[in-house]
Design a protein around this ligand. Sequence first.
Ligand code: SF4
Ligand code: SF4
Ligand code: SF4
Length: 360
Amino acid sequence: MSEKKHQAGKVSRRGFLKALGVGGAAALAPAGTALAASERVPAPSGGELATLLDLSKCIGCGECVSACRESNAHKFPEPVKPFPELIPARRAKTEDWSEMRDRDDRLTPYNWLFLQNAQVDYDGESWDINIPRRCMHCQNPPCANMCPFGAANKQLNGLTRISDNLCMGGAKCRTVCPWHIPQRQSGVGLYRHLMPRLAGNGVMYKCDRCYQLLDKGEVPACISVCPENVQTIGPRDEIVAQAKKLAKGMSGFIYGLEENGGTNTLYVSPVPFELIDKAIDKDSGKGAGQGPQTKGQGKGKPAGKGLGPGKPHMGPVKDVMADETNLATATLIAPFAGIAAGVLGLGSRLLKSGEGGHEE
Ligand code: SF4
Ligand code: SF4
Ligand code: SF4
């Protein structure tokens, strides 16, 4: 029988801190962590930032999920109902998560981070791995390159954002994202004012890496709240070096170095990611596949599996933008996106004055 080597427990942050007799998460920062929660994050002009997630540390407490929801609640959609009837009605479906705002077992417009679990037997031992999942913040993000309205953009500091004042909700970003990360809410955004029956039908939402905190030199909410210091953020070259050192030390593996040509999110695990991916798929999950719509969100895994719409895989990913067709499409889109962004900028000002956008 295999020995249980890594068993994640359910420990609250408060209980954990009390048990250690310390006053704050900053006190838990391990020696050698380049950027602990209490430290300043380099300004955007300092180059691309990346995050490192050490999966050997995550206890699955969910504090990061709660912190993400609280910190970003002011950006969540407040749809106007009833939704405009779409043309053609059979092809264009509305997606409404507003009555399911509490769902935290998958990505939704109201939940930008969730936890997956993988029970893995590897190297004669059993492992219980918790995996915080959200946007990978790709180095060459297809969601931004292929957005026809220029609503999705990669910033100088390496994060990718979708502007809720420009997004028409067409979900191209979700289709081309290798992990199908962005999630749509209908009844909100510019389309209601411009082409309510013909265009898009909402706004796409995902992790924006707490840009409002990064802009102030502060650490994203999910990082600062973690009692185990699972995540580290810093300049990409330093994070890559740290990830390689960590992986070497635990004879482990890295996800994000090569996937989709490289991402600014690096996971380090003591077990191979192909086993994690298989184990996630076996996870009974809680309602995978349920929700307003599943089209374009994955490979149509049946309900009850740990993978599926809003529940991204952890398998191999080729560089989407290396594809000639995608490159050509992105080149064609680029000028139009600039014009569209300018035209829609006017619309977004209308939107702001009319109903109050979330854009800062
Ligand atoms: S990353 Fe940290 S806060 Fe999130 S579940 Fe793991 S241990 Fe808890
Ligand atoms: S993971 Fe998907 S949504 Fe996130 S930056 Fe990459 S392509 Fe865009
Ligand atoms: S970086 Fe911010 S928006 Fe992204 S998952 Fe963490 S808390 Fe949520």
